[in-house]
Design a protein around this ligand. Structure first.
Ligand code: FAD
Length: 384
């Protein structure tokens, strides 16, 4: 059996990003096998993220914006972005771009196959896909399913349905997306609409919830129809495509390095930011770090300093406040975004200093967050 240097299990966002960074590094000549069950020839998702720099996928961005709108109780207006730009990348453009890049590397093989098993062995990481065995020094696994059922943890879901609409009237401002519009009925939950405009007549309008209960299709659709009729002067409109998704918002501990030859990446590796569900840019950052470590020290994991781990505590407290409805979610997000222009994006990227974090916390309702902190610590003690 041929032994590869690296097997990438799952050629989605994280797997293909990793292949891109490996082939852009000193490891570009290593043998790589990508195992993916799908063809990846559909626009199965849209990624948005904020960034100051010019990233590797800049040439294929579908849109980028210098500012964003926010609608919440007591604040409606543009958000200070602190120099960040909000960027949108379509899945299909990303898959095609990486495929074209990888085609230049004869040492990179791609197989369409369903992975049945991934196992560590003394010889290396071992994978069975469509009943064929494969072996590698390292297996990077983005197919592992997280189990989000630990009762002492917080297990919210970010779930959404979006319509790509084409409207009769020119009703969107293509220069400005709406990052959160809380004029949606809250029903004691966290519910908002997200609008990504492509031109005056075309946009992706997405109804999103942070809670622990998925809705029926009819409920998402009712909310979308209601939002468009109440807040956008569309005239007649056509739905040209639909996007749905469920992203874990959980502080269940994840393991990036479960054994010597297996490394979990992407959502499987815990790359999703628990308090926001944003995963794309965090994955880019983590994967670049991983490849740098591999190239310089043959060490497959990332280093996370103990001080950096404070952000995981902040995420847990925030989830606790949301999950226990300790403060209305629309008012909470309004405080965060409206009172922390620019800073909030750095905070969510985990790039703030402790001093900046204290300034951000000072804009939050103190009682609910203190109760959240106490409850998080209590749960940590119980789960020991
Ligand atoms: C609709 C949608 C929109 C999103 N929008 C955003 C956003 O705007 N911003 C953001 O930061 N994050 C967003 N996310 C969250 C996150 O960025 C994506 O889910 C991202 O694709 C996660 O990357 P991944 O590599 O972990 O998983 P995936 O991209 O899902 O890749 C995993 C791959 O593994 C393959 N696979 C799984 N099991 C097997 C198997 N047994 N055998 C073979 N192959 C297998 C799958 O086919 C898939 O291609 C969104 C998620 C969804 C679903």
């Amino acid at each position: 059996m041929k032994k590869y240097d690296f097997i990438i299990a799952g050629g989605g966002m994280a797997g293909l990003s990793l292949a891109y960074y490996l082939t852009s590094s000193a490891l570009r000549d290593r043998s790589i096998l990508i195992l993916e069950r799908d063809l990846k020839n559909r626009n199965d998702r849209t990624w948005c993220f904020w960034e100051k720099e010019t990233g590797p996928f800049e040439p294929i961005l579908f849109q980028k914006w210098d500012t964003a709108l926010f609608y919440g109780p007591g604040y409606t207006g543009r958000l200070g972005m602190g120099g960040y730009r909000y960027k949108m990348l379509r899945g299909i453009d990303f898959y095609a771009f990486v495929e074209e890049h990888l085609a230049k590397f004869p040492n990179v093989e791609r197989r369409q196959a369903t992975i049945n098993r991934i196992k560590d062995t003394p010889q290396g990481g071992f994978v069975i896909a469509d009943d064929e065995p494969y072996l590698a020094d390292y297996v990077f696994d983005s197919t592992f399913q997280l189990s989000l059922d630990q009762p002492e943890r917080h297990n919210l879901l970010q779930h959404f349905k979006g319509w790509f609409v084409e409207t009769e009237r020119a009703c969107f401002d293509p220069a400005i997306p709406t990052i959160m519009d809380f004029r949606a009925e809250q029903h004691g939950d966290c519910r908002f609409v997200y609008v990504l405009p492509f031109d005056t007549n075309r946009a992706l309008v997405e109804f999103t919830l942070f809670n622990d209960r998925l809705l029926t299709e009819a409920e998402y659709e009712y909310a979308l129809r209601h939002y468009l009729s109440q807040h956008v002067d569309t005239g007649a409109y056509q739905i040209t495509d639909v996007e749905t998704g469920v992203i874990p918002m959980s502080d269940v501990p994840t393991t990036e390095l479960p054994s010597e030859h297996i490394i979990r990446i992407g959502t499987s590796g815990g790359y999703t930011k628990p308090s926001t569900g944003y995963t794309f840019n965090r994955s880019q950052r983590y994967l670049r770090e991983l490849v740098d470590n591999l190239a310089s020290r043959e060490k497959p994991a990332r280093d996370v300093s103990w001080f950096k781990r404070r952000f995981a505590l902040y995420d847990s407290i925030f989830l606790n406040v949301l999950e226990n409805h300790r403060y209305p979610a629309d008012a909470l997000f309004t405080r965060i975004y409206a009172r922390n222009p620019g800073r909030v994006f750095r905070f969510l990227d985990e790039d703030t200093t402790l001093f900046e974090e204290i300034r951000l916390f000072a804009t939050m309702p103190i009682g609910p967050f203190l109760k959240g902190l106490v409850d998080v610590l209590r749960r940590k003690i119980i789960s020991r």
